[in-house]
Ligand binder design. Structure first.
Ligand SMILES: NC(=O)c1ccc[n+]([C@@H]2O[C@H](COP(=O)([O-])OP(=O)(O)OC[C@H]3O[C@@H](n4cnc5c(N)ncnc54)[C@H](O)[C@@H]3O)[C@@H](O)[C@H]2O)c1
Length: 378
């Protein structure tokens, strides 16, 4: 293969903002087809991005041998079905998170893909931020030494105003039970970065979550109602080898998007990456060493950016272009490299489920999850 032919399934807001522009920015890629069950959304997106082949049923594309990648950017409800069908049909798959709320199902798909020699990738946007990739290269080169402490934050005030309509609300949810929300929707990317940087086995977790804003407007009805959902949470993690980690996620904490901060401290040095749109830029990395403890900002080398990208660009298009370019390289180069794949997605979802189990039991929970614990929260 010297060119990648991609079909994007789901042509809504995020597909138009990140996926399609991300692929089309890479000259090694052609977006050959677009799918959406909403014919109006489909026609608009097809015109906007100059994509000729449009269909409302993704299954029409599965038998086409000229399509290499199925990119699943639908609402969450279709992620698993479309990914499973695509892998069965022999396609490489990029899918938005979560593939499935039960991490065991996601792991099963990861294994099915691997057995067929296919590659998968989760929409872990923030691991592809140039600052995060640069930090990972410093960590791998030994900059921080032995890891001691990771602190991860994903917080912004996107839903601090109860009048901001919320979607994807479970209409059958029991209002007496606090449901996971922020930690799944917002915490997953920073959990991904924690696992990636730590590169060690997670052994146990404990933590809690809260509902701070009791009533919100629901997008489907336009009315305000009681929503007992986690809009802020805090967790502690223990790792093999002694490292400690903490994760805090919220969408009612004052601050700008996307609101990621990752701090990593070790025996030799430390680094702090901020992915927050402030002062006209979307990312910074600051580092210090044990001999020179004042943190200083570092310039991010060009090699960590997509073509034409810079830190003054919008975060979503910049980071997603890197994600698409990374998957393209992994597929065109062949070999085994496949970062941020469905197996990693399963690990992140299992971590979220362990957090939830800890909250429900008011106790530390061991990791990997025991089957009965997994069954309780999946
Ligand atoms: N990784 C990130 O940073 C990030 C950011 C925003 C959104 N997302 C994710 O992207 C996904 C899409 O979000 P959005 O904001 O674009 O939502 P959206 O509602 O604007 O778009 C989803 C589209 O999927 C279509 N669709 C649903 N089922 C389908 C099916 N079976 N086949 C074809 N099309 C189908 C809908 O008609 C809709 O147009 C969600 O999973 C969301 O969580 C990820």
């Amino acid at each position: 293969m010297d060119r990648l032919r991609v079909a994007v399934v789901g042509a809504g807001r995020w597909a138009q903002r990140a996926h399609v522009p991300g692929w089309q920015r890479d000259e090694r890629v052609e977006v050959v087809a677009l799918v959406d069950t909403d014919a109006d959304v489909l026609a608009d997106a097809g015109r906007r991005f100059g994509i000729g082949r449009l269909t409302t049923d993704y299954r029409e594309l599965l038998d086409d041998p000229s399509i290499d990648v199925i990119d699943v950017a639908t609402a969450n409800t279709a992620h698993f079905e479309v990914s499973e069908a695509a892998i069965e049909a022999g396609k490489h798959v990029l899918c938005e998170k979560p593939v499935h709320r039960d991490y065991r199902e996601t792991r099963r798909l990861a294994e099915a893909a691997r057995a067929k020699g296919l590659k998968t990738k989760l929409g872990f946007t923030f691991r592809y931020a140039p600052a995060v990739r640069y930090a990972k290269s410093l960590i791998d080169a030994g900059f921080i030494g032995t890891p001691y402490v990771f602190n991860g934050f994903e917080q912004n005030s996107q839903w601090i105003d109860p009048a901001t309509p919320m979607r994807q609300v479970d209409p059958d949810a029991d209002p007496a039970v606090l449901a996971t929300s922020s930690i799944e929707g917002y915490g997953a990317p920073i959990i991904d970065i924690m696992h990636w940087w730590a590169d060690a086995g997670l052994t146990s977790v404990v933590g809690t979550m809260r509902n701070f804003v009791p009533e919100r407007v629901v997008r489907a009805t336009g009315r305000s109602q009681r929503l007992n959902i986690d809009d802020g949470d805090m967790w502690i993690c223990e790792f093999d080898g002694g490292m400690l980690g903490s994760i805090q996620s919220s969408y009612v904490t004052v601050g700008n998007l996307p609101g990621i901060e990752a701090r990593f401290y070790g025996s030799e040095g430390a680094l702090i990456v901020r992915l927050v749109e402030e002062a006209g830029i979307c990312q910074t990395i600051r580092t210090a060493t044990k001999d020179d403890v004042e943190f200083v900002e570092r310039e991010i080398p060009r090699e960590f950016f997509p073509p034409g990208g810079d830190s003054a660009e919008d975060w979503d298009s910049l980071f997603y272009a890197n994600l698409c370019a990374d998957f393209t390289t992994e597929l065109l180069d062949g070999g085994d490299v496949n970062q941020g794949d469905f197996a990693q997605g399963a690990l992140v979802q299992e971590t979220v489920n362990a957090f939830e189990a800890s909250f429900r039991r008011r106790a530390w929970v061991d990791f990997p999850l025991a089957d009965d614990v997994a069954g309780d929260v999946a």
